[in-house]
Design a protein around this ligand. Structure first.
Ligand SMILES: Cc1ncc(C[n+]2csc(CCOP(=O)(O)OP(=O)(O)O)c2C)c(N)n1
Length: 531
């Protein structure tokens, strides 16, 4: 046991869990944490708004598979991070948000303390998997270990950890709790056997791979090859199978070709996907054959579609087990013609994304194979890049799928660059979305990272403009002039380029990928803008 302040115990415990970088903003109430970050060699990346810290921690986590950590102060700072916590929750991303909390004996009716709010815990518990509040110095380290267990064992989820202000400052005896070691979980054997039977006798199996299949990318490729099964991914699963693999159909389970393929399959193997409306867009998948579902979450595994065989366990361990059993089984799969499905899906995707194809193709021509696209909730991302821009590695397309928040792309991209400065990253946003976290251009500039930030300008909230007009509603509140993003970027320490022809985008992005600072690339779209 060692005597430490609460702040020191917190930081020592984070370090014991492998945390070497945190994103955040200091404030009066979290200085006891900041003091020990510096002392214990934890790198601090200062964002310009706490929402940016949350998204950056999310991007870090999506790119590395390790929890991302944000440190914020009380009240408004924590609420600023809450949208990012909600996003991490809906996309199953391990993010830890650490904040101070009201002192232990703070009057329940409040007394007007700076940043006071009724209940940080209730607010954050509504968007995180849990909000933990240790009430003594001795408890802090246990709470950190518990937070990591919640984030990393089973379904990854964000956690809020608040340490009361007085506890942060007190000194107590501390045992630094080491990380709780957990083993991958496997389904009961009878169900594994049943799944093997279904898959072995399938003539036309299809695999749907979600974000939960990312840690199992190698196993997924092997199983797909063994079964000769086409693989379609959700948005969060994009790149799990390299999209030029002969069995890969890429992302976009909402497209009619995928619905048809699924309807014709006699067995659908869904791996780590919620089969969620946010991915399916047009109603549930028409699964006519048997549905075998692998999910680490025993609750989520029956959401949206009831499986014929439920395999509750870690995707990697379950796929390994299936593969080992199938390797010696008699397989009835008939190698289907994936090429024609791919062609059908690709032509649908090109029609859907036609307005953005010039941009997407210019990007595809120059992007390196290991690129990460940090995407925002803009049409160029979900109609354009998601289905028309191939990626080749797991975690290569970061998108705010479930919660659908704007402003995610830029800070998420920063998080990836912080995790691995050598990894090529492109942030792709709309002119509406970037304004939600535009101040993080200053963060990126300060870090001196090569980050092309491509802003597609259609003079406002294009998607909402379209929805209003589709409903025959008055079209208003959706069209506004964009600032000169190139100049704005330069003002914040980035390079800036204005582009009117997508043909010029490739060279701008190539240069930006090797620049000594971020580059804002303002792409002006001249069509489809009305009202
Ligand atoms: C935080 C947040 N606020 C509001 C919305 C509602 N919303 C969804 S799309 C959209 C317009 C986005 O505009 P832009 O980023 O320029 O992309 P575009 O639709 O033009 O492609 C809005 C306002 C949202 N998704 N998230």
């Amino acid at each position: 046991m060692v005597a430490m302040t609460g702040g020191e115990a917190l930081v020592a415990s984070l370090v014991a869990h492998g945390v070497d970088v945190v994103f955040g903003i200091p404030g009066t109430h979290n200085l006891e944490i900041y003091k020990h970050l510096a002392e214990r060699g934890v790198r601090h990346v200062g964002t310009r708004h706490e929402q940016g810290a949350g998204y950056a921690a999310d991007g870090y986590a999506r790119a590395t598979g390790r929890p991302g950590v944000a440190v914020v102060t009380t009240g408004p700072a924590l609420l600023n991070a809450a949208a990012a916590v909600g996003q991490a929750y809906s996309d199953s991303v391990p993010v830890l948000v650490v904040s101070p909390g009201l002192p232990l004996r703070h009057p329940a009716t409040g007394n007007g303390l700076l940043h006071e709010m009724k209940s940080q815990g209730t607010a954050l518990a509504a968007v995180a998997a849990a909000s933990l509040r240790p009430t003594s110095v001795a408890e802090i380290s246990t709470a950190v270990a518990q937070a990591f267990s919640i984030m990393t064992a089973g379904r990854p989820r964000p956690v809020h950890l608040e340490v009361p202000l007085d506890v942060l400052a007190e000194t107590g005896d501390v045992i630094v709790v080491p990380p709780v070691a957990t083993a991958p979980t496997l389904p009961v054997l009878a169900l594994l056997d049943e799944a093997v039977g279904r898959l072995a006798s399938a003539k036309r199996p299809v695999i749907l791979a979600g974000g939960g299949s990312k840690p199992a990318a190698n196993e997924l490729v092997r199983l797909a090859e063994l079964l000769g099964a086409p693989v379609v991914t959700t948005t969060n699963g994009k790149g799990v199978l390299p999209e030029d693999h002969r069995l890969a159909l890429g992302a976009g389970i909402h497209l009619p070709a995928v619905r048809e393929l699924v309807a014709e399959a006699d067995v659908v193997l869904a791996v780590g996907t919620e089969l969620a409306p946010a991915d399916l867009w047009y109603g549930p998948l028409p699964v006519a054959g048997k549905l075998v579902r692998i999910d680490v979450d025993p609750v989520g595994i029956v959401t949206n579609a009831v499986p014929d065989v439920s395999l509750v366990g870690d995707s990697r361990a379950v796929l390994q087990a299936l593969q080992a059993r199938l390797a010696t089984a008699q397989l009835r799969g008939e190698p289907g013609d994936v090429t024609s499905w791919r062609a059908q899906k690709s032509s649908e995707a090109r029609i859907e994304g036609s307005e953005w194809l010039g941009i997407v193709e210019a990007l595809a021509a120059v992007l390196p194979r290991d690129v990460v696209i940090a995407a925002d909730n803009a049409m160029v991302c979900y109609f354009g890049a998601m289905t028309n821009l191939p990626t080749y590695t797991p975690g290569s397309f970061l998108f705010p799928t479930g919660f659908g928040t704007l402003g995610f792309g830029l800070p998420a991209g920063i998080g990836v660059k912080v995790a691995d400065p050598r990894r090529p990253v492109v942030a792709l946003l709309g002119d509406g979305g970037i304004m939600f976290t535009v101040q993080e251009l200053a963060t990126a500039a300060e870090l001196g990272i090569a980050l092309p930030v491509v802003v597609v300008d259609n003079s406002g909230y294009g998607e909402i403009r379209n929805e209003m007009s589709d409903r025959n509603d008055p079209v208003h509140a959706v069209t506004f002039p964009a600032p000169d993003f190139a100049a704005l970027g330069r003002a914040l320490g980035c390079a800036g380029v204005m582009i009117d022809d997508p043909a010029d985008l490739g060279s701008a992005v190539s240069e930006a990928l090797i620049a000594d600072r971020p580059t804002v690339i303002h792409v002006r779209m001249h069509e489809g803008v009305s009202a």
